[in-house]
Structures are given as C-alpha cells and as structure tokens.
Design a protein around this ligand. Structure first.
Ligand SMILES: Cc1cc2nc3c(=O)[nH]c(=O)nc-3n(C[C@H](O)[C@H](O)[C@H](O)COP(=O)(O)OP(=O)(O)OC[C@H]3O[C@@H](n4cnc5c(N)ncnc54)[C@H](O)[C@@H]3O)c2cc1C
Length: 372
C-alpha cells in the first residue's frame, strides 16, 4: 500500500511566503528561545505580525482576516517557532479563541473581538482547568447562574497561562447538573470587577501561570459563547486546534539547531546518528500535523488525529531535550547560548506532555477513536 503523504515541498506560494517570513525575522530584534509560544510575551512583536497580515491568516476579510490557505498559515507559524520568536501574546487568541468565536460566536462578538485579534492587539487566555478538574475536564465546578439578562460566575480556574497579560478568558462553566450537557462557555473580561489573577511561579521563577478567581463576576448575556449547554462540544472542537499545530513539535527547535551546529563541527558518528534520527521523527510528525491543518481548514472533525499529533509531537520535544543534554554535556561553554537554552528547556519540558492534555488522556482519546 502506498501512503498518500503531503508533498515534501509545499506549493510555490507557500515557499515564497517562507522566504518572506525568514527575511522579516532577520530584521527583528529578539533573543531566540525555547517554548516561546507559551512564555515569550511581546505585544509589539505580535502587532508587527498583525501589520504583515500574519495573524488571522485564514479568516474572512470582513473580520480582519486574510483569506489565505491553511498551508500558508502553517508555513508562517512554523518559521516563527523554528526561529524561537516571541509569539506568546497572540498565540492562544490566533490559534483557538478567534476560530471558536468565528464558529460559535454571535455577529456582535465577531465584529468586536476578531479584527482586534487579527491586528495583534487583543489577547485571550484558556479558562478550562480548575484545582480539581484537569484531565477530567467535564467535572468543572465554576458555576454560572442567571442574573437578569446576564450571568454571575463563581469559581477558580488554574494554570491559566498568560492571564495576567490577557484581555479576555474563555471560561468553561457549569450551568446545569448534566455532566456534559450542563456546560457552557463564556467570554470573560479579565478586567471585570470580581476577577482576581494570582501568580503561580514556575520552577524557573518565571511568572507565566495564574490562578484566576471569579468572585460573583457579572458577565453580560451577550458574552455567552455559542449555545447554553453546548460547552463540552465547543471545547472539544477548540482542543483540536489547540493540539494539532507545529508548536507541539517545535517548542525545542532552537535546541535542535544547536545540536546541528555542534554536529557540524564535531562530526562524530554518534552525534550525526542522533541528529538524523531526531530529524526523521520530526519530519514524519510534521507531515501528520500538516494533514490535520488541511482537514481543520476544510471543517473536518479531527479530534483523534489532533490528539495523536500532540502525543507524538510533545514526546518528540522531550526526546530532543534528553538527546541534546547527553550530546552537549561537557562539550559546550557553560555560559554560552546552547547551555542557556538547554537549562530553560530542561525546566520547561515536563509541562510539554501535560499542557493541552496529558499523554495518558491522549492515549485514551486515540484508543476510543480507533474503536478500542
Ligand atoms: C505549561 C502548562 C500550561 C497550561 N496552561 C493552561 C491554560 O492556559 N489553561 C488551562 O485551562 N489549563 C492549562 N494547563 C493545565 C493542563 O491542561 C492540565 O495540567 C492537564 O489537563 C492535566 O490536568 P491536571 O494537572 O489537573 O492533572 P490530573 O488530571 O490530576 O492528572 C494527574 C496525572 O494522572 C493521570 N490521569 C488522570 N486521569 C487519568 C485517567 N483517566 N487515565 C489515566 N491517567 C490519568 C494524568 O495523565 C496525569 O499524569 C496548563 C498546564 C501546563 C503544564
């Protein structure tokens, strides 16, 4: 049987865009890092991407988008990630919040929020996890109760990446007793009275995570996202966007580049074999991610495939950290760039296979999807 893989070389339009992005990146002033889509928050950089038309690339022009193909978007984000550029400010909004607003939101919500996201000026946090609800997301307890035309929200969200910098959070809340059918999503203004954002420090001492306490927060009725009781269905489709992109493969790309640089000078067979093995793996997972991007663009339901990309991709990212640590140990300047990237990656890598769904949970999703 011949497997129909996407072409190794993308269409000319996508490749010329790649050259444009590379040129743009050489003109920017930033320190390349690892895991930058989660932790390198730079609103000015996001605005510059917005000006270039590299946010909201596939969305309708009437909402500030650019009506380009999923492949073209893939190329742009792949280049930004590979360069270790500071893309965290707009990442969640561009990847999943705006697509959810476009799919489930009201015309008013789309008009108000999506163009600002495409300009790189409006940032969103993910309000799914709670202190007692992570893997078992359907058990969320943050409660939304009707109050006149609007709603009152009470509860605590946790591990909320970047909430202290963001304008809005899409919160999954309980509006009824039914485990799945009693969930609803709301667009919460993070500056609203009653919202408290408390920092949770990472191992590195960085402030990235937060606990977001919602204490009797009033949310106007027109900020309910989609349909009351459809929160579970909506979140599931949002997670396909969250799990399937190249950021699940390329968080450690800068480290892989350091390994390639070292291999070029060292030229020992073991290092070259390690590098070759990692690149081969990366390439095959990338092919899968590319296919899922195309399927998502066509409106297909790809939750299982997305879970597979996330599982394979994040395990690969951790493998890069382990391999680079073994090869570079004692062989690089301890005060140099490679050592700094490695330290950062070692401290961030445990989170790769947790965020967006743990390895075990992804395994369950894939097994169920295969009918096992
Ligand atoms: C870097 C990072 C950023 C994050 N950002 C956000 C964010 O912005 N917004 C947000 O809402 N959340 C965020 N999260 C939270 C993340 O989604 C949760 O950590 C994840 O879903 C796991 O939930 P938990 O931490 O409660 O672990 P638990 O659900 O308590 O799981 C603990 C362990 O038990 C295993 N386990 C649980 N249930 C089962 C089962 N049924 N079968 C087998 N094994 C099981 C898990 O795999 C895991 O190893 C982030 C997490 C990280 C690490």
């Amino acid at each position: 049987m011949v497997l129909a893989l996407p072409p190794t070389r993308l269409p000319e339009s996508a490749e010329s865009l790649r050259a444009e992005v590379r040129q743009f990146l050489t003109e920017q002033d930033f320190v390349p890092g690892v895991d930058t889509w989660l932790s390198s928050f730079d609103p000015e950089f996001s605005r510059r991407l917005g000006e270039r038309g590299w946010l909201g690339m596939t969305w309708p022009k009437r909402y500030g988008g650019h009506e380009r193909s999923a492949l073209e978007r893939f190329v742009v984000i792949e280049e930004l990630l590979a360069a270790g550029a500071p893309v965290a400010a707009h990442w969640v909004a561009d990847r999943q919040s705006a697509p959810s607003l476009l799919r489930f939101g009201t015309e008013g919500q789309r008009q108000k929020l999506v163009p600002a996201i495409a300009r790189g000026e409006c940032y969103f946090a993910i309000g799914m996890s709670e202190p007692d609800s992570g893997s078992d997301l359907a058990s969320v307890r943050t409660k939304a109760t009707r109050d006149g035309d609007g709603w009152r929200l009470d509860g605590t969200k946790v591990w909320t990446s970047g909430a202290h910098h963001c304008h809005y959070m899409i919160a999954l809340c309980r509006t009824g007793p039914d485990r799945h059918g009693g969930l609803t999503q709301f667009v919460v203004d993070l500056a609203a009275p009653g919202v408290q954002i408390r920092p949770i420090e990472l191992l590195t001492g960085e402030h990235h995570f937060n606990e977001v306490v919602l204490d009797n927060v009033y949310v106007p009725g027109d900020q309910l996202l989609g349909t009351e009781g459809d929160g579970w269905k909506q979140v599931t489709s949002e997670l396909a966007n969250e799990r399937s992109g190249p950021e699940r493969i390329l968080s450690t790309a800068q480290l892989l580049i350091e390994l390639a640089r070292y291999a070029e000078t060292a030229r020992d067979t073991r290092t070259l074999a390690t590098l070759g093995g990692l690149f081969a793996q990366m390439w095959s997972i990338r092919q899968l991610s590319l296919r899922v991007a195309g399927a998502l663009d066509r409106g297909a339901s790809v939750e299982v495939e997305a879970a597979l990309v996330k599982d394979l991709g994040t395990r690969f990212e951790q493998e890069v950290v382990d391999a680079v640590r073994v090869v570079l140990a004692g062989n690089v300047d301890p005060d140099g760039r490679a050592a700094a990237l490695l330290t950062h990656a070692v401290l961030h890598s445990p989170g790769f296979t947790l965020r967006g769904g743990t390895t075990e949970i992804l395994g369950v999703i894939v097994a169920r999807g295969l009918g096992l």
